[in-house]
Design a protein around this ligand. Structure first.
Ligand SMILES: [Zn+2]
Ligand SMILES: [Zn+2]
Length: 202
């Protein structure tokens, strides 16, 4: 790794800043889409105009940190995104997979890439394969709620949420106050949630 023009010894960001944004001569700037996916260089209005005319504006390489910090403050987007196409027929066959024997009562289901995450009444989280079979990833995952008011009891439900990558799951109590975040790779609880004393978490 070598020292970048921003003065940091770090990985260069995939995209760049125009010289004027880099020198902070212009503090108002745009994310100029390069036509590769949603990649964008950060450019002042003059450099955006130059690029639209077909000229190449003066661009400076910076580290990912310097790029990301400035990317938070863009005034707008210019240019065109790249559109990726992959035309192919979609298989509309519905695949029905029976739940494994002994799984027990299912409280909630969430999709993770390629699999299903299932929360069962015996406080376990299991990852199920659409082709059949599965594995337990965590146990003892439900948090009880002490609230005995009948209205709350009636609405109370254990619910499951998964992040987009399928790495973390949150097991929370709707109309309760408690919940836990689980790392699905290790099965460990990484965070204990508490909605505070003023009401329910919903
Ligand atoms: Zn510029
Ligand atoms: Zn930097």
């Amino acid at each position: 790794m070598k020292t970048l023009p921003c003065g940091h010894v770090a990985h260069a960001a995939g995209n760049r800043l125009c010289r004027h944004v880099f020198d902070a001569v212009r503090t108002d700037y745009y994310a100029l889409l390069t036509g590769r996916g949603i990649e964008a260089d950060l450019c002042c209005a003059e450099c955006v105009e130059a690029a639209e005319r077909g000229d190449v504006p003066p661009l400076v390489k910076v580290c990912e940190g310097c790029y990301d910090r400035r990317a938070e403050d863009v005034s707008g987007w210019r240019g065109e995104p790249g559109i990726t196409e992959r035309p192919e027929p979609v298989d509309g066959t519905l695949l029905v997979t029976p739940l494994p024997d002994g799984l027990g009562t299912v409280l909630d289901v969430a999709g993770v890439p390629g699999r299903w995450l299932v929360l069962t009444a015996d406080a376990r989280l299991s990852l199920l394969d659409p082709a059949g079979g599965g594995e337990e990833v965590a146990a003892g995952i439900l948090t009880p709620e002490p609230d005995e008011r009948p209205r709350v009891r009636r609405l109370f439900r254990h619910r499951l949420h998964v992040d987009g990558d399928g790495r973390f799951a949150a097991v929370v109590n709707d109309h309760g106050r408690h919940g836990r975040v689980v790392d699905l790779r290790t099965g460990r609880v990484t965070m204990t949630l508490h909605g505070g004393g003023g009401g329910s978490t919903r």
